[in-house]
Design a protein around this ligand. Structure first.
Ligand SMILES: CC(=O)N[C@H]1[C@@H](OP(=O)(O)OP(=O)(O)OC[C@H]2O[C@@H](n3ccc(=O)[nH]c3=O)[C@H](O)[C@@H]2O)O[C@H](CO)[C@@H](O)[C@@H]1O
Ligand SMILES: C=C(OP(=O)(O)O)C(=O)O
Length: 435
């Protein structure tokens, strides 16, 4: 088991470069299954464990996938299998996104039912409702979801009960090869939806309205492999913005797109953080004193739930009473207990968390409960007194490339070690003390 060890107290400075977005690349990789002719070339792909997992899903479906130098090449021109096995789907919920493409290509799909996870139960009823409206028969049993449309899918009018990111993407991918027109209302408006629509349109699809509340898709006969660059990761960018702000630092977050980050920047400005737009990114300057604010997570363009735990870390340092209300996931406060181990003054009241700050944060051994919680605990360690050890790094590796290396390059006192190395370090320390 590996751990990140961070000693608090350093102000960060310098430049950090943002990777391609995890939440954009995963649906785009799923969409490459739609190309029955030619190869898809995807650039700026981050080397994340989720990317390796979805590549395995594609290989298990009979696609050829190569991944080198942040570039993925997919050849899905052979006949595809229909079943995405549990061994991969259990590792990441986003693998359910192959369902729409498989249904569109094969008229059949069998995907293992993704389980619940640390941030909530995460049902996929809206995805399935969309497939059914397009003429598929959907059955759930024996741990699998099976969808069948042997006559092919047809266009439909679909209203989502909630602007689900995954349902919007899955239904878009099913609709691009369906007969006729599909109109999806109350869709998600995230930048990753726009990136997927751009990718599909380059492949030959006809998708209009991505980024607004309604998406209209005219089905086409066939789609082709094309080249595409993935958009920068706004959540990784936001995480480094918080890293700079929490340490009173001065960091240029290279590649960050201001329009993708408006709600976060607005809240951080309210707290007293200074932002300067530069040609190739956003400079973030942390003030000596942070002000308390209230935050409510919402679908885009509202405040992103994927920045909730990192902002909680920042608000623990703010003067006064702050409140965060989580409206997107019903159980995304698992990290609160870990923050308490670090002496955070924080309490949960239903779907809200209330903080009386600033907390006098102290280093402790803490366990990541999900991927953003992992980052948030490391951020807290940057300003805690003494040493913080963060475990369960498998969560971190789903969403951040070289997180500790990037922070170290900005001046943080941080390292990532295996448990064996920690025992050795302890022994060296004891023998040094005895010398
Ligand atoms: C790979 C990826 O892009 N992941 C992101 C995506 O997840 P994901 O696509 O899973 O998130 P959704 O937008 O679908 O989920 C939002 C809410 O809707 C509920 N829901 C969703 C679908 C459904 O059929 N029924 C239903 O009830 C979920 O349980 C959750 O409470 O968007 C989330 C919300 O911005 C982000 O936190 C994740 O990082
Ligand atoms: C919750 C997240 O991702 P996923 O939907 O892949 O679990 C996230 O990126 O914070």
């Amino acid at each position: 088991m590996e751990k990140i060890i961070v000693r608090g107290g350093k102000r960060l400075s310098g430049t950090v470069k943002v990777e391609g977005a995890k939440n954009a690349v995963l649906p785009v990789i799923a969409a490459t299954l739609l190309a029955s002719d030619g190869k898809s070339v995807i650039r700026d792909v981050p080397t994340l464990s989720d990317v390796y997992t979805i590549n395995q899903v594609l290989r298990s479906l009979n696609a050829d996938v190569e991944f080198e130098n942040n570039t993925i090449v997919v050849d899905a021109s052979r006949e595809l299998k229909i079943e995405a096995p549990f061994e991969y789907v259990r590792k990441m919920r986003a693998s359910v996104l192959v369902m729409g493409s498989l249904l569109a290509r094969n008229g059949r799909a069998r995907v293992a039912l993704p389980g619940g996870c640390a941030i909530g139960s995460r049902p996929i009823d809206q995805h399935l409702k969309g497939f059914e409206a397009m003429g598929a028969t959907v059955k759930v049993g024996n741990g699998f979801i099976e969808a069948e449309a042997l006559e092919g899918l047809h266009g439909a009018k679909i209203y989502l009960d909630f602007p689900s990111v995954g349902a919007t993407e899955n239904i878009m991918m099913a609709a691009v090869l369906a007969k006729g027109t599909t109109v999806i209302e109350n869709v998600a408006k995230e930048p990753e939806i726009v990136d997927l629509a751009n990718f599909l349109n380059k492949m030959g699809a006809n998708v209009k309205g991505a980024g607004t509340g309604t998406i209209k898709i005219e089905g086409v006969e066939q789609l082709f492999g094309i080249e595409h660059n993935i958009i920068p990761d706004r959540i990784e960018a936001g995480t480094f913005m918080v890293a700079s702000a929490i340490t009173g630092g001065n960091v240029l977050v290279k590649g960050a797109v201001p329009e993708h980050l408006s709600s976060l920047i607005a809240k951080m400005e309210e707290m007293g953080v200074i932002f300067e737009e530069e040609q190739d990114g956003i400079r973030v300057i942390g003030p000596d004193i942070l002000k308390a604010v209230d935050i409510k997570t919402m679908p885009h363009p509202g405040f992103p739930t994927d920045m909730q735990s990192q902002m909680m870390a920042l608000l623990l340092r703010a003067q006064g009473t702050s409140m965060i209300t989580e409206t997107v996931f019903e159980n995304r406060f698992m990290h609160v207990e870990e923050f308490r181990r670090m002496n955070a003054q924080i309490k949960i009241d239903g779907r809200s968390v209330i903080m009386n700050g600033p907390s006098n944060l102290q280093g402790a051994e803490v366990a990541a409960t999900d991927l953003r919680a992992a980052a948030a605990l490391v951020l807290t360690g940057l300003v805690a007194e003494g040493v913080t050890r963060v475990t369960e790094l498998k969560h971190l590796d789903r969403g951040y490339v070289g997180f500790h290396d990037k922070l170290a390059a900005l001046g943080a006192d941080i390292e990532r070690i295996s448990e064996v190395e920690e025992v050795e370090l302890g022994q060296t320390y004891i023998s040094d003390m005895n010398a």
